[in-house]
Design a protein around this ligand. Structure first.
Ligand SMILES: *Cc1c(COP(=O)(O)O)cnc(C)c1O
Length: 237
């Protein structure tokens, strides 16, 4: 077994354990592999292991890596058409058009103006963009994400837009060793998720809760995450 295989196996085992602890089915939890710090050769290795969902936090990097991967697998039996890209980092409005057709899911919608830009670009490209609303549950002022108190109103505005599908929420816990602080952010996100769903302002596609990274994915699973975004636990152990 290679190092990468071992790390993926360990992460999967930890996810399974966290699921068992809380009575969840492991099939409810999906892992997005965050490639931002990884060498191309290592990314190819992960793809060859059968993983298909990848995330980048910058538009430029996503475009570059996606193009490299596509070129590498062109004509090979490994069907890279199955690879799906997630944009997980802050999205500037002037980059929307470059990235919309490349992304399966945008995790970082956090303002009305960005939503309007995505909706307009989606109409021009004749597509419906799948997005998550990023919520600032840690209340750190320097963080991206809509404040918790403004999230429902923004969700109501987004669901009126014909070229956007609101698929759920995303949040990031603060960088801290204090697991209680981290867990509180995840709980806040889950409660908001349930509140938005309960009020029926969103459609049946509102199913995803993207939270948990290398340092806190077990807590995220325990608190209800459906998508984990994991980079360093796989690429730098
Ligand atoms: C980098 C990044 C991750 C992955 O972080 P790791 O700690 O390497 O797992 C997840 N989400 C976002 C938004 C990121 O920028």
């Amino acid at each position: 077994m290679t190092k990468i295989e071992e790390r993926i196996k360990r992460v999967n085992e930890n996810i399974t354990q966290a699921c068992e602890k809380t009575g969840r089915d492991a099939s409810e939890v999906k892992m997005v592999i965050v490639t931002k710090s990884a060498e191309l050769d290592v990314i190819k290795e992960v793809i060859n292991l059968g993983l298909t969902e990848f995330g980048e936090n910058r538009v430029q990097q996503l475009k570059k890596v996606a193009a490299n991967i596509e070129e590498y697998f062109e004509g090979s039996e490994n069907n890279n058409k199955k690879i799906k890209w997630h944009l997980i980092g802050h999205l500037q409005r002037n980059k929307v058009r470059q990235v919309l057709h490349l992304c399966k899911l945008i995790h970082s919608l956090d303002t009305l103006r960005l939503a309007e830009e995505i909706n307009t670009a989606g109409a021009k490209l004749n597509l419906k963009a799948d997005v998550l609303l990023q919520v600032n549950t840690s209340e750190e002022p320097q963080k991206y994400g809509v404040p918790v108190g403004a999230a429902i109103h923004l969700a109501e505005q987004i669901v009126t837009m014909p070229n956007i599908t609101l698929c759920g929420l995303m949040t990031m816990a603060p960088l801290t060793k204090d697991k209680n602080v981290i867990r509180r952010c995840f709980v806040r996100a889950r409660e908001l998720f349930e509140e938005i769903r309960g009020e029926r302002i969103v459609g049946p596609e509102f199913t995803e809760l993207s939270m948990g990274m290398s340092n806190d994915y077990e807590e995220a699973v325990e608190e209800g995450a459906t998508i984990l975004r994991i980079g360093s636990a796989i690429f730098s152990g």
